[in-house]
Design a protein around this ligand. Sequence first.
Ligand SMILES: [Zn+2]
Length: 255
Amino acid sequence: MNARFVIGAAVVAVSAAVCPASTRASAQNRTSAASLAAAPPPPPPGKFLVCIDPGHPSETSAGARAHGLSENRLNWQVAQRLAKRLDAMGIAYKLTKTSVNQYVTNRQRAETANKAGAALLIRLHCDVGNGRGYAWYYPDRAGRKGGVTGPPRNVQRASRQAAHILNAAMKPILQGHLQSNAIKTDAATFVGGKQGGVLTGSIFSRVPTALIEMCFINQKSDARFIASPTGQEKMAEALAAGIKAYQGARTMTAR
Ligand SMILES: [Zn+2]
């Protein structure tokens, strides 16, 4: 499924169509804008917590479907495997959902990360379209929604850094299994493209955030990979390595 929109003068075909993409009107919740004006208090010294967001169902959609696979279920399964790995590594985490079919708006997902004082919000999705492999997306500008403008510039910068660290750490682990694609910005997503170049989850995030389209589930070999327990474990291993690398980079910066 290709969504077409205009960036500058060029018409660009975008494959991130179904996932962060959707045509349904967004349902705003009633959380006050004031609560998002300031960044959350920093977590206690030495405390590193990552927020894992298994994508869908949300106001945008219930998730993509292809080859009998449900993106929503795959996102959840990988999140569960990742959580187990983080546990074993002694890395604290918070999930944005407690059950596979729980409906959570994209705003609420970001607010969960904010309230937890997360060092990073990782959003797990699967794509459908003409491509293959995985790609990271991050916000490179602020957008406005529900009376709130964000993410702030420091969060944009940290999100870019996070996407690069995550991608670099994952690449050797997924080599030979999934194609690695160039890192892109929210503007390259369908929803981001429609709302000023920023995804809703990014607008409300006050912590560094990056979204991964883990593969294209309409593409046969990608679908086989992500549907298999070994493929899901490999993805969780790669994500955990990325988080570990990000944690290490933060520690270096803090010194
Ligand atoms: Zn999605």
